[in-house]
Design a protein around this ligand. Structure first.
Ligand SMILES: [Zn+2]
Length: 182
């Protein structure tokens, strides 16, 4: 598994790509969804959630993980019907979603699955300050929308491994990191 793989609107993966090391999430998920994640991603997000949920009373849970490309396609089509072009700032076209690798995790809060950013500022701040310790980055940070192509999404974590510490320290997106070093 290439944990530094860059997937965005310019860089895709084959639509039929399925990671070979997906594991079923066995901790509680939002609405008891059956969710799969890449093995290391799952191991590390469990540690992050364990530590985070010791601090905050409103529990964070996994809301989304691996998504096959047909799922992504349906999701995007539904959203375009509702929101028009704006949907493209929120959802990736099939073959261009990190969720297809199992390395991306969306978190949400158990008391409100459609958690608004403002309602969970402290929680999201903790995630943003600590995710790198577990190998995650906030993939779509505030102020970098032009580089990533997506709106700020504090709940979307991407597992990349140890390099996360460098991206955090220098405030780099995965796009910028690739441009500089890969
Ligand atoms: Zn996501």
């Amino acid at each position: 598994m290439n944990y530094l793989i860059l997937i965005n609107k310019q860089n895709g993966i084959p639509k039929d790509y399925v990671p070979n090391n997906l594991v079923l999430v066995k901790i509680p998920t939002i609405n008891n969804q059956k969710i799969y994640l890449e093995k290391m991603t799952y191991k590390q997000i469990k540690l992050l959630l364990k530590d985070m949920n010791k601090i905050f009373p409103r529990k964070a849970l996994i809301n989304s993980g691996y998504r096959p490309s047909f799922y992504q396609e349906n999701l995007l089509n539904d959203l375009i019907k509702l929101k028009g072009e704006e949907a493209l700032m929120r959802f990736a076209p099939p073959g261009h979603s990190e969720h297809q690798t199992g390395l991306a995790v969306d978190l949400a809060f158990v008391d409100n699955a459609n958690s608004k950013i403002d309602d969970y500022q402290n929680e999201y701040e903790w995630i943003s300050d600590n995710a790198h310790k577990y190998g995650f980055i906030i993939r779509y940070p505030r102020g970098k929308e032009k580089i990533t192509g997506y709106n700020y999404e504090p709940w979307h974590l991407r597992y990349i491994g140890d390099d996360a510490k460098i991206l955090y320290k220098y405030n780099l997106t995965l796009e910028e990191y690739h441009e500089m070093f890969i």
